[in-house]
Ligand binder design. Structure first.
Ligand code: IPE
Ligand code: IPE
Ligand code: MG
Length: 252
């Protein structure tokens, strides 16, 4: 099995935009007789591995689900450790991202985070805003339904201010108000941890994404695992509603 992402066969299609539901931290820790928090900490090295892999392959956008709008329901202690970890990673890793020309940003409803965390996020986004390499988006307090509702609200507000008419509301104008609208369409959605669901992640954006599910728990996900997901992606025929014959004709 390939251990380095650079060993990927030539001629492979590299997805422009990959998103990952990084799940299974708690179970990974429990399996080792540790507390759930140890799993979240261990998961940070998997984040480093996929960022490095994506960067080396020339992926344009990588979007990682770090904290869902539903995750507030977890025990207070776990939520607070996750916030501390987020803060720690921000202060420690963003310089390195910047050095690699990565543009960092956070998507989600940030208003529920502490002022300190909001400021740190803003600072990191501003530092990397002019970078034109990989766009790394971290979804925090993100929910796909929130994203769509928020987009609807933006459109309603524009109509109310007479900046657009009701007739201009369509898929395109709504799309423009959703998160990640400036990035290439989502090509590949990976979920680790063995569950086969979307858990309110990129509902709008995943319309034509390929899904890849793996039993591997997030802290065990490494560059070789990433390679396997990309290999699976390359086996798929993306038809976008057309017939297989039509797709083959276009390729020829
Ligand atoms: C994913 O791992 C990380 C977050 C949701 C923050 P989990 O913490 O959900 O791990 P499991 O699913 O309980 O194993
Ligand atoms: C999804 O994982 C959210 C993140 C990975 C951040 P969850 O562990 O919260 O999903 P459910 O609750 O199993 O659907
Ligand atoms: Mg989980």
């Amino acid at each position: 099995m390939a251990t380095d992402i650079a060993s990927l066969d030539e001629g492979k299609i590299i997805p422009d935009h990959i998103a990952i539901i990084m799940d299974g931290n708690g179970r990974w820790a429990q399996a080792q007789g540790k507390g759930r928090v140890a799993g979240h900490k261990a998961g940070v090295s998997s984040v480093r591995a996929v960022v490095k892999g994506a960067r080396q392959l020339g992926v344009k956008a990588l979007t990682l689900f770090a904290f869902s709008s539903e995750n507030w329901q977890r025990p207070e202690k776990e939520v607070s450790v996750l916030m501390d970890l987020f803060m720690f990673v921000l202060t420690k890793e963003v310089k390195r991202l910047h050095k690699h020309n990565i543009r960092f940003r956070v998507i989600g409803d940030l208003s529920r985070f502490s002022d300190k965390l909001q400021k740190s996020i803003k600072k990191s986004e501003e530092l990397t805003i002019l970078n034109d390499g990989l766009v790394l988006s971290i979804a925090a307090n993100y929910g796909g339904r929130w994203d769509i509702a928020n987009a609807a609200k933006m459109l309603a507000s524009k109509v109310q201010k007479n900046e657009m008419s009701l007739e201009d509301i369509d898929e395109n104008s709504l799309h423009k108000e959703t998160c990640l609208a400036d990035l290439p369409e989502l090509d590949l959605l990976i979920r680790t941890g063995g569950d086969y669901r979307i858990s309110n992640f990129l509902l709008w954006q995943a319309a034509y994404a390929e899904f890849y599910f793996t039993e591997t728990l997030w802290p065990d996900f490494n560059e070789a695992q990433f390679d396997m997901a990309l290999n699976a992606f390359n086996q798929r025929e993306r038809r976008f509603g057309k017939t297989g014959e039509q797709v083959k004709q276009i390729e020829e």
